[in-house]
Design a protein around this ligand. Structure first.
Ligand SMILES: C[S@@+](CC[C@H](N)C(=O)[O-])C[C@H]1O[C@@H](n2cnc3c(N)ncnc32)[C@H](O)[C@@H]1O
Length: 214
């Protein structure tokens, strides 16, 4: 009987091992909206989304290879349009996705290591927001959720100050509800325990809109 691969709780995305993941451009079925989760872990959110909205393609980007294998095995067993790819989301997004090709990008409960000493490991940064804007379609949307207030506030500040995104819920405002009909395991756990989830929904600003600002 095959042994299950040990799954590490955390990996260091800055380690040399994850600097060259060998990521290449994904070939995605044409004509279907593309929905991506950055840091998808075991993919529970993507599987739940595929259940709610099956006429889409779902891609999870994940740095823990054992989880990538697990997601792809489950997707094949359940015949759902979900795939995971081993990649470093801070380095590989533009390699994986053509410019303007992603309709909806989710960042769910990123960075559990929020101690000051681990700030440099954080994955939701201004650079990442810029790269997400590149790969989103002109009508693309970025959704972020976290149960950590400091991270929610930091992501809100990054996106409000970026001229590439516009808050769909009003300036400097968190989204009141989850509109996606799917939860991650962490979200379920937080809600069961009465903890607050901070949500953001930003649309990509079309370049013509940006020009109108001046
Ligand atoms: C706290 S977990 C959240 C998992 C899932 N999104 C959820 O809400 O349940 C963050 C995930 O991001 C992955 N991750 C962290 N840094 C990454 C990076 N640079 N590239 C790809 N995945 C990364 C971790 O391995 C982990 O699975």
């Amino acid at each position: 009987m095959g042994r299950r691969r040990r799954i590490r709780h955390h990996v260091n995305p800055l380690s040399v091992h994850h600097m060259d993941t060998g990521a290449s451009r994904l070939s995605l079925p044409p004509g279907l909206p593309v929905e991506v989760e950055l840091g998808c872990a075991e993919g529970s959110f993507l599987f739940a989304r595929a259940h709610v909205a099956p006429e889409r393609t779902y891609v999870g980007v994940e740095i823990r290879e054992a989880l990538v294998e697990r997601v792809n095995l489950r997707a094949a067993q359940e015949s759902v349009p979900v795939q995971a790819v081993y990649a470093n989301l801070n380095l590989d997004l533009e390699t994986l996705f053509a410019p303007g090709s992603v309709d909806l990008c989710h960042v769910n409960f990123p960075d559990p290591c929020f101690k000051r000493s681990q700030h440099k490991r954080r994955f939701f940064t201004l650079d990442l927001a810029g790269t997400i804007a590149q790969v989103l379609t002109p009508d693309g949307v970025l959704a972020v959720q976290t149960d950590i207030w400091d991270l929610g506030l930091e992501a809100l500040e990054i996106l409000e100050l970026s001229d590439e995104f516009e808050n769909l819920c009003g300036e400097w405002t968190f989204a009141p509800t989850n509109v996606f009909g799917a939860q991650t395991r962490r979200e379920g756990f937080c809600l069961e325990n009465g903890e607050k989830v901070w949500r953001l929904r930003f649309a990509k600003v079309r370049s013509t809109q940006r020009l109108n600002l001046y």
